[in-house]
Design a protein around this ligand. Structure first.
Ligand SMILES: NC(=O)C1=CN([C@@H]2O[C@H](COP(=O)(O)OP(=O)(O)OC[C@H]3O[C@@H](n4cnc5c(N)ncnc54)[C@H](O)[C@@H]3O)[C@@H](O)[C@H]2O)[C@@H](O)CC1
Ligand SMILES: [K+]
Length: 468
């Protein structure tokens, strides 16, 4: 706890720029979250800050934290006298990962009063009122500008409504170590992603890296076919096949691809399929979707294919090979009902019901498998909300699934890696301003290179680290 409080106080000093004369108000609940706020407040008081604490439950406030604050010259006050109308900094220690349900009335009143004042709003570990596991907010929550969290990025900080209440996230290492790996919901690091993308070796040929087949775009709208095929080529350039009515456009854009204007069955041997972006929903498209889902190969079902699937979800339930659905919220609703506030639970529910992997797109994409294992994506930028970026994600994922057929990587991990890579490519493209989907395609090789150079758990680039 002392380590958490020291890290918290250090971040507060950095954010405020000074301690001397700083007016700090602590909002203190009855648990250890309040204890962290009190201990950090004591450290700030020792550096010359004027610290006032409001206790939600005076008899149950953390005794050690209380003694430390008193010893450092901090004072206690009730809400009316807490100085929220002139505080420079407010620390939200109302409730952390031990919170259950929406904020109780007295706690909600504190959060509201803090938001109405001028102070910088800093949440301790987790904005109070946000569900740590799901990011759901039932009623009110502390609207943090910064959150200083301990040990691990709790899913609630990066997904759903929780993401909007978290502000800028700062991580304090408190030496939890394996805690993260053991969590049911994981978030990949760059090194984790790089570990799961096998680079070609001297023994590789164009077939052994995984061959992906793309069914995307149409004669009138070839763009989706061009983007999806380009993304697959730039992720795993071993061999990419294309089958569909955008054949001319795809051939012109990517002479490296093997292209047929025929049906998937005419494309030649592949190890995974991507079906859906820009294919439309007419009878021909429906029959192509049925043909692809009838294979015993991994399939990414995206965009128009999701709309068609909503009419006959049994097409996926009947499959034994991995299937990954990549809906945004409206596509998800057509297949599995409203997403609702708990995005992870929604993705898990749909995955279990359909016996597949669900990659639910959003500002924080979540990926869930039928067995309940799940990932929250930690990369990306709002600039990714633009036409064609979904086609790129589908192409990256198809390519990774094809290589997974060779490496044995589970589909749920391939999907999590694809989301991570896609987000990093978006960040790279957006570094120079608004991005186009085609920028992502061009930047994929540089993105993959940077992931391989990222420090792994042993401090060396992941690609050169010891085998996991
Ligand atoms: N678990 C760990 O490894 C560590 C925990 N630490 C801190 O400990 C916190 C967790 O502490 P606790 O387990 O004591 O739990 P919390 O302090 O998060 O919450 C429990 C208290 O909040 C009240 N409460 C619960 N739901 C509420 C609601 N909806 N509205 C208002 N009040 C509510 C409960 O009555 C209880 O008194 C973490 O968030 C973090 O700040 C850190 O000190 C570092 C290490
Ligand atoms: K909190």
């Amino acid at each position: 706890m002392q380590r958490a409080a020291t890290g918290l106080a250090t971040h507060c000093l950095a954010l405020a720029g000074r301690a001397h004369g700083l007016r700090v108000t602590l909002l203190v609940g009855a648990g250890d979250n309040g204890g962290d706020a009190l201990l950090a407040g004591a450290l700030l008081a020792r550096r010359g800050a004027r610290v006032t604490a409001v206790l939600l439950a005076p008899d149950r406030a953390h005794p050690g934290g209380l003694a430390a604050l008193r010893g450092a010259g901090g004072r206690l006050a009730d809400l009316a006298d807490a100085g929220l109308d002139r505080a420079d900094l407010v620390l939200d220690g109302i409730v952390g990962i031990g919170g259950r349900g929406g904020l109780r009335p007295a706690a909600a009143e504190l959060a509201r009063a803090a938001a109405a004042g001028p102070g910088l709003l800093v949440a301790v570990d987790l904005p109070s009122g946000v569900d740590a596991d799901t990011g759901a907010v039932d009623g009110e929550a502390f609207a943090a500008q910064h959150t200083v969290t301990f040990g691990t990025r709790t899913p609630g900080l990066v997904v759903g409504a929780g993401r909007r209440h978290t502000g800028r996230l700062h991580l304090v290492d408190i030496g939890l170590g394996p805690h993260l790996a053991a969590a049911a919901t994981r978030q990949l690091t760059d090194a984790d992603a790089a570990d799961r993308i096998e680079a070609p070796s001297a023994a590789s040929d164009k077939y052994t890296q995984g061959v992906v087949g793309i069914v995307a775009g149409s004669a009138t709208y070839p763009g989706a076919g061009v983007l999806c095929t380009g993304a697959a080529l730039h992720t795993r350039p071993g061999l990419v096949r294309y089958a569909g009515t955008a054949a001319d456009g795809v051939r012109a854009a990517w002479p490296e691809a093997i292209v047929t204007a025929g049906r998937p069955g005419d494309a030649g041997r592949v190890q995974s399929w991507v079906v859906g972006p820009g294919v439309g929903t007419d009878d021909e498209a429906r029959s192509v979707l049925a043909e692809v889902l009838d294979t015993d190969l991994p399939v990414v079902v995206d965009a128009d294919a999701l709309t068609m699937l909503a009419d006959d979800p049994d097409l996926v339930r009947a499959r034994t090979a991995p299937t990954v659905l990549t809906p945004h919220d409206r596509e998800f609703a057509r297949i599995a009902g409203d997403v609702g506030p708990d995005r992870l639970a929604a993705a898990r529910r749909a995955a279990a019901d359909l016996g597949c992997t669900v990659l639910l797109k959003g500002s924080a994409t979540v990926v869930a498998d039928a067995d309940g294992s799940a990932f929250v994506n930690g990369t990306g930028t709002p600039y990714l909300a633009t036409a064609g970026t979904g086609d790129v994600l589908a192409g990256v994922l198809g390519a990774l699934l094809a290589s997974a057929a060779v490496t044995g990587l589970p589909a749920v991990e391939a999907a999590a890696v694809a989301a991570h890579v896609h987000g990093r490519a978006g960040e790279l493209a957006a570094a120079r301003g608004p991005l186009l989907a085609g920028d992502l395609v061009r930047l994929l090789p540089e993105t993959l290179h940077r992931l391989r150079e990222a420090p792994g758990p042993h401090g060396v680039p992941a690609a050169r680290g010891p085998a996991q």
